[in-house]
Design a protein around this ligand. Sequence first.
Ligand code: EPS
Length: 376
Amino acid sequence: MRYLTAGESHGKYLMGIIDDYPSGVNIDIDFVNRELGRRQVGYGRGNRMKIEQDKVEFISGLSQGSSTGNPISFLIPNKDFKNWNDKQEEPLLNPRPGHADLNGFIKYHQHSIRDSIERSSARETAARVCTGALAKLLLAEVGIEIFSYVDHIGGIGIQKPVKLTSGLKKQIEGSGLRFPDPVIENRIKQKIGQAAQQGDTLGGSFTVIATGVPVGLGSYTQWDFRLDAIIAKAIMSIPAIKAVEIGDGFQSKNKAGSLFHDEIFYSKTKGFYRKTNHSGGIEGGISNGQDIIVGAVMKPIPTTSKGLKTVNIKTKKAEISLKERSDVCAVPSASVIAEAMVAMVLANAVQDKWGRDNMEEVKLNYQLWQDYYRNI
Ligand code: EPS
């Protein structure tokens, strides 16, 4: 599958086109809307989320609740559009450090940074979460599931990795910050409250886990077939992400090879297996059958209500950067968006391996692969 999104933060709609999605996948629209809702919540989100209740409207590619193999297109209305429809404003010329404003203004010969703001806004990620929801539905058919949790915000956090039981997953899903430890979560909430009072913002980090991933997705044969490389690119494309790691990632620099690598064992019941997962489920650019574990760091959002030092693009005089309504912290939302990005990469890898056209065909090929694997 491949996809494109279009739309501005305060335009009439966000939209997406998903091409090369197999026929025969049952598309549960309530599930897609729930995924959109998961992206919207989180302690520290701004007032825009009180206006929007993202809901998808599919335009093409579905029939009687199933994908047809035709390109799927969809709209997500921006409720805030009506408040901006005939908004008149003077050109905005005080770019926010850390955002696309100055670079976009220069690159596209703009008259106001508004044009960059509108498209570089993280609002666009609603369309990605919609596409990611369809990727998750495809993956569910071959037993792959994706989940995420937040592990640090504003310098406060927990030791990774966390062992995810179904009870803990439920707790994370219901928690304001997608955080596994309620006591530490309360400390973080206080910190977010302080940042809000000071007109500041906070970043953090999160972890995405894909379970049920079989051996054999991705390849080492070309640089751009490597599954870890494709995942890193996808995660880096989320606004405000500054670092990505697979498995122990940044910690691996501190370990000797004998302690880092996941040694290989074999038993008749389990087949090949490992007792550790430092490599995060990918070796040599190929999934190894363990959970895929992806970590990422989100910088603090650049739109701060106290503003930062900047320069007026026309007068060249010192000014304070644009102060707009924004989130104080959006790390929980970023972790939901990252689930969608990982889902899209894995769905595509599944199609590469077992077929692109029809879900039953994909499942049959997947079954053949499982039989082959079991009998090595
Ligand atoms: C967002 C909508 C935006 C921002 C935020 C993400 O709405 P508005 O600009 O109307 O407040 O709240 O955008 C950013 C964090 C950003 O850096 O642009 C959303 O739907 O997620």
